[in-house]
Design a protein around this ligand. Structure first.
Ligand SMILES: CC(=O)N[C@H]1[C@@H](OP(=O)(O)OP(=O)(O)OC[C@H]2O[C@@H](n3ccc(=O)[nH]c3=O)[C@H](O)[C@@H]2O)O[C@H](CO)[C@@H](O)[C@@H]1O[C@H](C)C(=O)N[C@@H](C)C(=O)N[C@H](CCC(=O)O)C(=O)O
Ligand SMILES: Nc1ncnc2c1ncn2[C@@H]1O[C@H](COP(=O)(O)OP(=O)(O)OP(=O)(O)O)[C@@H](O)[C@H]1O
Ligand SMILES: N[C@H](CCC[C@H](N)C(=O)O)C(=O)O
Ligand SMILES: [Mg+2]
Length: 498
């Protein structure tokens, strides 16, 4: 239980009614989660106006409200008027949980692609060094060895502060988190004090949400600009991919020291002699403090970038080279990222989360480098998401594959056929023959596997670790890896890779 008075010092507000001496037993932004004695923060959302649910919140026992517009409130309920409820939610939540990010080392990883992979690699390095680590991201949230389900890549501010507080309570030394552009734009992390910001790359995605690429970049930039302020004493820094054209902007807006990584000479941490194989990638790390070889069980040229970012963090944290090497070489895979489905068949089947034009291009280029036979790609695009990326993904898929099967990803509220029709113009820029449309994802995967011959590679892209498919408002069980395995077993391949 906390007194409102103690929660509002970072907030500018107008007290519309009631007293700040009111105690609250919890905070929520969703009326359905409100319990007796709670504070309800009404957010004007993209879909509905949270202020509509004030009666619901009051009925469930809310004793205080935060609103963006004056509302009629029963006596005895405290009501604060703020300019921006999302920001207020963040400030109140951070105060409620006693600013947990100040009590641990917080590493934020942002960028279009590679966040999940990079956070897992950083986690492995810190654990190898004996630290207790918390992880927040797309696949899972973890506190030490305990796994908690992840709903968002970056949780809503209240949930985020609660998770960080839990980590502080469990004596976590480092929290490594993916920071999505949605979270940055919607101020979910504005009251987190980061020690380290890591930038992976920027390419087209989410233009349904951000107005244009400039706005998307500006959202990413917030993390790096924030590194310059806060109350923590330790030396903060940014780790930036110097090979990405946007690195100049990010360097310019951050006031903390920058460590760069990349494949080119000018980077602080570089990779040389890259050798990409189906089951892993080898290369030489070159850094100001020396060189060492890495032999990773993850593959793809993009893995080199993700690993270099993690190496740069490890080195800055003073972790010895041998420990960094041992940690990275011990990572056997990240779920749904270039995950091989191997039932003993004579062609490769790969499940990967590539869901952007750039992600897909990197994936297929890597696939090409390691495949003697044909590349058969099964992919679709998510509904209710950036429409602009659809033809671009179609073009990339057709250009870098020998054959494409265009199917459904998560259609959400859209018609699957209509999404596919947005993809096809891109495909047809490259080929009018070497593709097929199979709307049903299961059948699409079945067809790809049926077509595959010795030395071919079937790439099933877009859903990676996801264990569901969202069709209209139904979340149906669907796991590309399980489906592929089931189909392969139907063909009599049965060696157990699980
Ligand atoms: C675009 C976006 O991010 N939207 C988020 C936003 O939703 P919204 O503004 O549409 O909310 P709304 O549905 O209009 O509701 C408004 C308010 O009324 C409340 N409400 C609603 C119903 C009710 O009965 N009572 C009630 O109080 C809601 O809880 C909410 O506070 O605020 C909600 C509450 O925090 C989020 O759940 C929601 O995430 C949606 C579901 C989402 O899909 N977000 C995705 C795009 C996202 O954030 N993705 C990124 C990763 C992207 C990447 O890959 O990089 C992520 O970090 O996960
Ligand atoms: N550094 C990278 N550059 C480009 N593509 C990458 C990179 N790392 C991974 N990818 C590709 O992008 C896909 C998604 O990778 P990952 O899940 O690590 O990214 P993410 O940034 O967490 O994605 P999301 O925003 O959806 O959570 C991978 O499956 C791979 O195909
Ligand atoms: N976090 C990303 C993931 C997309 C994955 C793809 N399977 C889809 O559903 O579009 C997003 O929300 O845009
Ligand atoms: Mg992710």
């Amino acid at each position: 239980m906390k007194e409102l008075q103690k929660l509002v010092h970072k907030l500018s507000f107008q007290l519309l009614q009631g007293s700040l001496n009111q105690y609250v037993k919890g905070i929520h932004y969703d009326s359905r989660q409100i319990k007796e004695g709670y504070l309800f923060v009404a957010i004007e959302g993209f879909r509905v106006d949270g202020h509509r649910f004030i009666p619901d919140a009051l009925e469930r026992g809310a004793v205080a409200l935060v609103v963006e517009k004056p509302v009629a409130v029963p006596e005895g309920v405290t009501c604060l008027l703020v300019k921006d409820s999302r920001r207020a939610l963040s400030a109140l939540s951070a105060a409620y949980f006693d600013y947990p990010s100040r009590h641990l080392n917080l590493i934020g990883v942002t960028g279009t692609n590679g966040k999940t992979t990079t956070t897992h690699l950083i986690e492995a390095i810190l654990q190898q060094a004996g630290e207790k680590v918390g992880l927040l991201g797309t696949i899972v949230n973890r506190i030490g060895d305990r796994e908690l389900p992840a709903v968002h890549t970056t949780p809503e501010s209240l949930d985020l502060q609660a998770l960080l507080a839990q980590m502080v309570e469990e004596e976590v030394a480092y929290a490594v988190m993916e920071v999505s552009s949605h979270a940055l734009a919607l101020d979910r992390t504005v009251d987190c004090e980061y020690d380290v910001g890591v930038f992976t790359n920027l390419s087209q995605d989410h233009l349904d949400f951000h107005q244009n690429m400039q706005e998307y970049l500006k959202a990413k930039g917030k993390l790096f600009a924030s590194l310059g302020s806060g109350v923590k004493k330790r030396k903060k820094y940014a780790v930036i991919n110097a090979d990405d054209p946007q690195s100049a902007y990010l360097r310019q807006i951050t006031s903390v020291p920058v460590v760069t990584y990349g494949l080119r000479e000018e980077s602080d941490v570089q990779a040389k002699n890259i050798d990409v194989g189906t089951k892993g990638v080898r290369f030489q790390v070159v850094s100001p403090s020396g060189e060492f070889p890495l032999n990773l069980k993850l593959t793809g040229k993009f893995t080199v970038y993700n690993a270099l970012a993690a190496v740069a963090v490890g080195m800055q944290e003073g972790i010895p080279e041998e420990e960094i090497k041992q940690a990275l070489e011990g990572v056997t895979g990240v779920a749904g990222r270039f995950e091989l489905v191997d039932c003993g068949q004579e062609f490769a089947v790969v499940v990967d989360y590539a869901h952007t034009p750039d992600g897909l291009k990197n994936l297929l280029e890597t696939a090409r480098e390691m495949t003697k036979g044909r590349i058969i790609t099964v992919f679709g695009c998510g509904g209710d998401r950036d429409r602009g990326k659809r033809p671009l993904m179609g073009e990339v898929a057709a250009r870098y594959s020998d054959f494409c099967i265009v199917t459904s990803d998560n259609p959400r509220s859209e018609e699957p056929e209509a999404i596919i029709q947005d993809i096809i113009p891109g495909v047809e820029k490259i080929t009018r023959e070497n593709y097929k449309i199979i709307v049903d994802r299961y059948q699409a995967i079945r067809e790809a596997i049926a077509m595959a011959r010795r030395d071919d590679m079937v790439i099933i892209a877009g859903k990676g670790h996801e264990t569901y498919q969202i069709i209209q408002d139904k979340i149906l069980p669907f796991d590309d890896r399980k489906v592929a395995r089931e189909i392969l077993r139907g063909y009599g391949y049965d060696s157990d890779d699980v």
